[in-house]
Design a protein around this ligand. Structure first.
Ligand code: NAD
Length: 490
C-alpha cells in the first residue's frame, strides 16, 4: 500500500469521487493535528456543497451502472472478500495511520485492524442471500412474491474515535448488498478512510461505488445530509449532532440510522471476586482513554463492599500507564482532540463543586515527555450522584463516577436514570439477578460478568437518546435493502 503514514506527513489530501482523486471545488483545506504534539501533520480537503453534489452524483451513476447493478451476487461477494484480504495484508499500515491521527494505542489499533477483515468476510455473505418470499394470495392463478433489492446511495458520517471500525459495520453490508456510498469522515480523523480508498480501487470496485468527501461537519456533513439523492443516512457520533442530522434528513424524508452517545451503567454486586470486577470496570471505562461510546462511566457498587471496591479500583487505576500511543508499554494514550481535554477538565471541576471527590487522577499528567500532548489521567470520582453534570452527560474521556446502592430496585432506578440507553454491565454470581437486570435495564447491550466484548455478528445500537437502528448481525441486511411486492396474474 502506497498510502503509508509517510505519504500523509506534510501533505495536502484531495477528495475521492467517481474513482478519481480531485482537488476540492471549494478550494479549501483544513489541518489535521497530531494528538501527541498538538502540531499539524497534514491537510485535508474541506468539501463544499458542489463537491458533495459531485460525490452523490457519482454514487447515483455508479448505482445504475451495469458494471455494478448487473454484477452477479457471487461476484459482488467475491469483491467484498477481496477487500477483506487486502485489508488484512495492510492492517499494520492502517493501524499506524489510525494511531497517528487519533492517538489510540498502536497495539490496540493493530489488533483492531487485523480483526476488521473478518467483518468484511462475514458481511460479504449477504451478497448471495438477498432473497424474497412467495406470498399466498386469496385468488387462483396469481403469483404474489417479494423481491429484496439495494436501496441506493447511502451517506455515512463517521466519528473520530474509531473511524475504520465504525465505517466497516455499515460499509461492508452496503457493498455486499449492492448499494453505493458517500462517506464523510470526521474532520479530526480523515486519514485512514482516505487510505482505505486505495484498497477499494485495488479490489476492483467500479468507480463511484465508494466516494469520500472530507471536511467540516457544518459544511460537508450538512450538505451530504441535506442531499435529496440519498436513500439513507448512517450517522455515528454525538446525540447533539444526531438530532440535527435527523431533522435535516427528514426534510427529504430520508431515513437515518443513528449510533449515538452513551452514559452506560456498570453495576457491581457484593458476591463478586472484587479483583475481577475492578479489572472489568477499568477496562470498560478507561479503554481508549474513555473515548468509546459504550464506556461504563457510571459505576454502581453494592454498599456492603463499596469501600473495599473503591480502594481496589483506585489502586488499579493508579497503576495504569499513561504514555505515547506508539509505545507497547502504554495502557492509555492521549485524547484525540484538545477540546476533549478542556471538556473533561471542566466536568471534573464542576463535579468537585457539586460535591464529588477525586479518588484517583483528576488532572493532566505533569510529565515533561507528555507536556505537549492531550493527555488526561484516568480518573475516579467518588461521592457521585446522578444529578451531577459528569454523571449526566457523556464526557468521552477517562472518568468514572462511583456511587453505592442498597437494593436491587434502587440499583435499577439509578441505572436507568439517564437519557441514554446504549450499553450496560453487571458483575454478580447470581444468574437470576443478572437476568432480572438484563430485562429491566434500558440499554441496547447488556454485558454480564464481562464488558465491551462485542461482535460484528450481533446487533449493536441504542435505546432512548443513544439512537435507533442496529449495526452488526444478519438483520442489517434489512436496514440496507428494500422489499418490493410483485403480483402476477396468469
Ligand atoms: P460528532 O457528533 O461531533 O461528529 C460526528 C460526525 O458528524 C463528524 O464526522 C462530524 O464532522 C459530523 N457532523 C458534525 N456536525 C454535523 C452536521 N450538522 N451535519 C452533518 N454532519 C455533522 O461526534 P464525535 O465527537 O466525532 O464522536 C464522538 C461521539 O460519537 C460520542 O458521542 C460517541 O458516543 C459517539 N459514538 C457512538 C457510537 C455508537 O455506535 N453508538 C460509536 C462511536 C462513537
Amino acid at each position: 500500500m502506497k498510502r503509508a503514514v509517510s505519504s500523509f506527513e506534510g501533505s495536502r489530501q484531495g477528495l475521492y469521487i467517481g474513482g478519481k482523486w480531485l482537488e476540492p471545488k471549494s478550494g479549501e483545506h483544513l489541518p489535521s493535528y497530531d494528538p501527541t504534539t498538538g502540531r499539524q501533520w497534514y491537510e485535508f480537503a474541506d468539501a463544499g456543497a458542489d463537491d458533495v453534489n459531485a460525490a452523490v452524483r457519482a454514487a447515483q451513476d455508479a448505482f445504475v451502472d451495469p458494471k455494478w447493478r448487473r454484477m452477479t451476487q457471487t461476484d459482488r461477494g467475491k469483491l467484498v472478500r477481496r477487500l477483506a484480504e487486502l485489508f488484512l495484508e495492510n492492517a499494520d499500515t492502517l493501524a499506524e495511520i489510525e494511531t497517528r491521527d487519533n492517538g489510540k494505542l498502536i497495539k490496540e489499533m493493530r489488533a483492531q485492524m487485523r480483526a476488521l477483515p473478518d467483518s468484511y468476510t462475514y458481511f460479504s455473505g449477504m451478497a448471495d442471500k438477498l432473497q424474497g418470499d412467495t406470498v399466498p394470495v386469496n385468488k387462483l392463478d396469481m403469483l404474489n412474491f417479494t423481491m429484496r433489492e439495494p436501496i441506493g446511495v447511502v451517506g455515512m458520517i463517521t466519528p473520530w474515535n474509531s473511524p475504520l471500525m465504525m465505517l466497516t459495520g455499515t460499509l461492508a453490508p452496503c457493498l455486499a448488498i449492492g448499494n453505493t456510498v458517500v462517506i464523510k469522515p470526521s474532520e479530526h480523523t480523515s486519514a485512514s478512510t482516505l487510505a482505505l480508498m486505495e484498497l477499494i480501487e485495488e479490489a476492483g470496485f467500479p468507480p463511484g461505488v465508494v466516494n469520500v468527501v472530507t471536511g467540516a461537519g457544518r459544511t460537508a456533513g450538512e450538505a451530504l445530509v441535506r442531499h435529496p439523492g440519498l436513500a439513507k443516512v448512517v450517522f455515528t457520533g454525538s446525540t447533539e449532532t444526531g438530532r440535527k442530522i435527523a431533522a435535516n434528513a427528514a426534510a427529504n424524508l430520508v431515513p437515518c440510522q443513528m449510533e449515538l452517545g452513551g452514559k452506560s451503567p456498570h453495576v457491581v454486586f457484593a458476591d463478586v471476586d472484587i479483583e475481577r470486577a475492578v479489572n472489568g470496570v477499568v477496562a470498560g471505562v478507561f479503554a481508549a482513554a474513555g473515548q468509546t461510546c459504550v464506556a461504563g462511566s457510571r459505576c454502581f457498587v453494592e454498599r456492603s463492599i463499596y469501600d473495599r471496591f473503591v480502594e481496589a479500583l483506585v489502586e488499579r487505576t493508579n497503576r495504569i500507564a499513561i504514555g505515547h500511543p506508539m509505545s507497547e508499554t502504554s495502557d492509555i494514550g492521549p485524547l484525540a482532540l484538545s477540546e476533549q481535554v478542556k471538556k473533561v477538565k471542566t466536568y471534573v471541576a464542576s463535579g468537585l463543586a457539586e460535591g464529588a471527590r477525586v479518588a484517583a487522577g483528576g488532572k493532566q499528567p505533569r510529565r515533561e515527555d507528555l507536556a505537549d500532548g492531550w493527555y488526561f489521567e484516568p480518573t475516579v470520582l467518588t461521592d457521585a450522584s446522578n444529578d451531577m453534570g459528569f454523571m449526566r452527560d457523556e464526557l468521552f474521556g477517562p472518568v468514572v463516577g462511583v456511587m453505592p446502592f442498597s437494593s436491587e430496585s434502587e440499583m435499577i432506578a439509578l441505572a436507568n436514570d439517564t437519557r441514554y440507553g446504549l450499553a450496560s454491565g453487571i458483575w454478580t454470581k447470581d444468574i437470576d439477578r443478572a437476568m432480572r437486570f438484563a430485562r429491566a435495564v434500558d440499554a441496547g447491550t447488556v454485558w454480564i460478568n464481562t464488558y465491551r466484548s462485542a461482535s460484528f455478528m450481533s446487533p449493536m445500537g441504542g435505546f432512548k437518546e443513544s439512537g435507533y437502528g442496529r449495526r452488526g448481525g444478519f438483520d442489517v441486511m434489512r436496514e440496507f435493502s428494500r422489499v418490493k411486492n410483485v403480483v402476477l396474474d396468469y
